[in-house]
Write a protein that binds this ligand. Structure first.
Ligand code: SF4
Length: 479
């Protein structure tokens, strides 16, 4: 998961890119970068948070009224500063590109580029592969004047090579700003308009902040191009069935965002409502419902409403421990839970507590939280996840577990309950998840729950991801 932004502006684009990246910080805390164009490209990128990478001096250097930015979540094989985005290439035009997603045929494409000595690649990041393929197609077209039709034609050739998820923003020097989304629209991408200025971003929250009122989602397979005069061109480059990542609504996206017309907060409320109904059927009768902060707040409120019991903040999160907080060994990870969360004893002691969480990955965090509640004398602890059991790795850019590490992969629900030490364990159903998020609409990737991947998966890809994970010790999504 990463965050991207692209801006055309009357003033300096960085004045919007920088606050936009701050609004997208939750999508990646590993690295940040931006590039603007003003006669030449000005680039700044580095490892760390947006606030650490940028300062007054480098922001002043990033001049120009067109630019793109990126925040990175660590993915397999991409953790060095060389892998930070955006990337720039100078042929056949200056092109700068930033991307959110994951190409499942990345290794094949990289091999193709290197074997044919077409381009030298300096990173392990698939954004560089997309950039080089675009440069290659534009070079092959041997153009004097690049207009939108020819650009879309080159892009359609690039699309034919890409398999996986991608949401991309591109600056073409002296030409314009291009944005496009994969044919399934797995990763979100939204466009805002303010007079003749445009902004593309991973989430609507960035556009809200920047005062863009007119917004529309880029459709699956669609590309939008804004030339330097401010004219907008759109084209459906590839047809495909919409399969937006359902985990965006469960966990990744900010609750104040709207993705493909569905409010993230509202979808979490509905997920809580569905979960509450399951708890009712199971005759779970807690004294109090407590969310595992921060994501589960809205859902927990709805569970409490359905069960007609109190909702309380019983766990307080240290907000200065970021998602990238890495503990190298299992023991240290367990201790990390204590650093992150502290219980409010008065809300817990002597009570039957129903904890509501967004998901359960390995089960270690759930076990630690339950222990924490027992240590302050909760009478009983029930655990409820408003998403179904996670069983399959994500191949579209989210680093979850290897298959063997998912607690639900080889354990039944009663076995998981026993393993995490809960008095009851309640999971959302897949049907309930789709119903609650979709609110009458369909078209989601649910592969990490269902194993049904919306794209072709190259043979041995899952094994390769698992091997890379073992080697790299990438931090998992926060449980
Ligand atoms: S596999 Fe899961 S996390 Fe990955 S894109 Fe699909 S729904 Fe999202």
């Amino acid at each position: 998961m990463c965050g991207i932004i692209g801006v055309t502006s009357r003033g300096n684009a960085i004045d919007q890119i920088y606050p936009g990246l701050l609004a997208l910080q939750h999508r990646g805390q590993d690295a940040a970068g931006a590039v603007t164009f003003n006669q030449g490209f000005q680039l700044k990128k580095g490892n760390g948070l947006v606030l650490n990478v940028f300062n007054q001096k480098n922001l002043e250097r990033l001049k120009g009224n067109i630019g793109i930015g990126h925040v990175r979540y660590p993915t397999v094989g991409a953790g060095r500063v060389e892998d930070a985005q955006p990337f720039i290439i100078t042929i056949p035009y200056g092109i700068a590109l930033a991307h959110n997603g994951n190409l499942v045929n990345f290794f094949d494409l990289k091999k193709f580029l290197i074997e044919h000595e077409l381009h030298y690649l300096n990173s392990n990041c698939d954004a560089e592969v997309i950039l080089n393929l675009l440069s290659l197609e534009l070079t092959r077209m041997n153009l004097r004047n690049l207009g939108p039709e020819l650009l879309f034609k080159a892009l359609s050739r690039v699309y034919k090579k890409l398999i996986g998820s991608f949401a991309v923003v591109v600056v073409i020097a002296n030409k314009g700003l291009l944005a496009f989304r994969d044919s399934n629209g797995i990763k979100p991408l939204i466009m805002g308009r303010k007079e003749n200025n445009y902004c593309f971003a991973s989430e609507s929250v960035a556009l809200d902040l920047l005062g863009y009122s007119k917004m529309e989602d880029i459709k699956p397979g669609e590309s939008v191009y804004v030339d330097i005069t401010g004219h907008l061109y759109k084209k459906r480059i590839a047809s495909g069935r919409k399969k937006t990542c359902i985990f965006e609504y469960v966990y990744f996206a900010r609750p104040d965002s709207v993705i493909d017309g569905i409010g993230v907060y509202e979808s979490r409320l509905r997920l809580g409502e569905e979960l509450g109904k399951i708890c009712l059927k199971r005759k779970i009768k807690p004294d109090v419902v407590i969310p595992v902060p921060d994501t589960a707040r809205g859902a927990a409120e709805m569970v409490a409403e359905v069960l007609n019991v109190k909702h309380r903040e019983g766990l307080i999160k240290n907000r200065y421990i970021y998602r990238t907080f890495i503990m190298p060994t299992q023991t240290e990870r367990i201790e990390a839970v204590r650093l992150k969360l502290n219980p409010i004893k008065s809300e817990i002691k002597g009570k039957k507590v129903l904890l509501v969480d967004d998901s359960i990955v390995r089960g270690n965090t759930s076990r630690e939280i339950i222990n924490l509640l027992r240590s302050v004398r909760a009478k009983e602890v029930y655990y409820a996840s408003y998403s179904p059991p996670l069983r399959f790795p994500c191949v579209y850019g989210i680093d979850m577990q290897t298959r063997g590490e998912f607690i639900a992969r080889n354990k039944s629900i009663p076995e998981i309950q026993k393993s995490i030490g809960a008095d009851a364990l309640i999971y959302q159903t897949l049907k309930g998840l789709i119903k609650a998020v979709g609110n009458g609409t369909q078209g989601f990737c649910t592969a990490c729950f269902s194993g049904k991947y919306p794209t072709e998966i190259p043979p041995l890809l899952l094994e390769r991801i698992e091997a890379d994970r073992m080697m790299a010790k990438i931090p998992d999504i926060e449980e």
